[in-house]
Design a protein around this ligand. Structure first.
Ligand SMILES: *Cc1c(COP(=O)(O)O)cnc(C)c1O
Length: 436
């Protein structure tokens, strides 16, 4: 493909004239890796086709939602049927009750749930609920975790230990982030210090159990255990942001993975998105009845949405969940993801490229580093030039991974052993050029 025949280029030019950066979400612009974003024409199964009708094996899957692959027949049928019955009513439907029942049966830490339209909305509302339920203002988040773009969550660590953070976005006044305490992920000593200083003023601790917004970094079991214990001891709520991990790393979500090592482990509030909408705008937050009853119209914490519980989105999400709970689905998905990660690690080793990787269920991450990082500063040690070479090398070979080294990857039920083998072979070719 020469620049004069690449149809993505004129599309990007048209887009840039009208939409800031040519995209409706920043990472899509390829700013970190350079080059022209691929404009997607259509997708099916594990693949999408760009403006040139070039096919790519898709390891983004809309950043997680497409766990069944694109255009799954059962999901397509449910969405088409729902669309014929009406797009949006602004009144309750049976389908949202069915979706609530389905989600609560799979994630038993929640007794009640509220449906919204995006992960940002769910995360923002979870913080408001935690503050309303506890009557406290301050909360803890961790560096490298992303919880959507609500003002109080766009914060990076301040200069000193256990100090309040600085806004990471223009347009967020310092007063708005003055209650957000930003700590290092997986740092138990710092967490304990923060609780000793501010524990009685904390509404909640918000955490991605497996952080997918600094590539793929797991909260260690002792760290997660300490988060739970300290929240309980000080009367703060533990908010697990499972927007990415929910129904993606296991049928019971990441909390079920931690419950295997920490008996009785459950969060107070769970935030969900991505997979629960199956590719449609749908997200949710939920928890025990006593907490959820603080929400309007029962309680004083206000939260609302014109399109919340949208009938077409709930049809898409409900059918997606019913497909992934079929026996064997997660075993197959986990095996595919594992074989990808193992294949990449083996190829990197043979080609002499420093490499580490991890996965859980249908989510994975890899680093051009000899050891898996445990927190954001360690993730930053990745050589971005080499990552960008790898990204473009794979793209040229029809493999589409995240265009930034801070993002996790996703395998779907539609990825075949052949797709994985093709991907590993492509990576091996690129690794050969990297090691020189
Ligand atoms: C994607 C994501 C969000 C934000 O969800 P949107 O639907 O993009 O607003 C929040 N938290 C986590 C962990 C996410 O991965």
């Amino acid at each position: 493909m020469t620049p004069s025949t690449d149809l993505n280029i004129p599309l990007f030019e048209r887009a840039k004239a009208l939409i800031p950066g040519g995209v409706n979400s920043p990472v899509r612009a390829f700013k970190a890796v350079g080059g022209t974003p691929r404009f997607v024409k259509r997708a099916q199964g594990a693949y999408f086709w760009d403006a040139n009708d070039q096919r790519f094996i898709d390891y983004i899957g809309s950043w997680g939602p497409m766990i069944l692959g694109h255009g799954h027949p059962a999901v397509l049928e449910a969405v088409q049927k729902a669309a014929l019955e009406g797009f949006s009513f602004g009144a309750p439907t049976e389908r949202e009750v069915e979706l609530a029942e389905e989600i609560l049966s799979l994630v038993p830490s929640m007794e009640m749930i509220r449906l919204v339209s995006s992960g940002t909305e769910a995360g923002m509302s979870a913080i408001r609920l935690a503050r309303g339920a506890t009557g406290r203002s301050k909360f803890i988040k961790f560096e490298g975790c992303y919880h959507g773009h609500a003002d109080s969550l766009l914060v990076k660590a301040g200069s000193g230990l256990a100090t309040f953070g600085n806004a990471t976005s223009a347009g967020v006044p310092p007063e708005v982030v003055q209650h957000t305490l930003v700590l290092e992920y997986n740092n138990v000593a710092q967490l304990e210090e923060a609780f000793a200083l501010h524990g009685k003023e904390l509404a909640c601790v918000m955490i991605e159990p497996i952080a997918g917004n600094m590539n793929f970094v797991r909260a260690s079991v002792p760290f997660m255990k300490r988060c739970r214990e300290l929240c309980t001891e000080y009367g703060a709520l533990l908010v697990l942001d499972e927007v990415m991990t929910g129904f993606r790393v296991a049928l019971g979500s990441a909390q079920s993975v931690y419950a295997k090592s920490i008996p009785g482990f459950k969060p107070d509030i769970t935030v969900l998105g991505k997979v629960i909408g199956g590719g449609m705008p749908l997200a949710a937050f939920g928890g025990p009845r006593a907490i959820m009853e603080h929400l309007a119209p029962l309680g004083g914490v206000y939260q609302a949405g014109t399109l919340s519980g949208n009938p077409v989105a709930t049809a898409c999400g409900l059918t997606t969940l019913r497909e992934i709970k079929k026996p064997g689905f997660f075993d197959g998905l986990s095996a595919s993801t594992r074989s990808l990660v193992d294949g990449l690690a083996q190829a990197a080793k043979e080609e002499g490229v420093p490499f580490s990787a991890d996965c859980e269920g249908g989510m994975f991450g890899f680093f051009l580093l000899p050891e898996l990082p445990q927190n954001y500063p360690a993730v930053l040690k990745t050589d971005s030039t080499r990552f960008n070479q790898l990204f473009h090398g794979l793209l040229d070979r029809g493999v589409y991974i995240a265009p930034a080294l801070y993002e996790a990857g996703f395998v779907s039920g539609a990825h075949t052993a052949d797709d994985i083998a093709t991907t590993v072979a492509a990576a091996r070719e690129v690794f050969k050029t990297l090691s020189k």
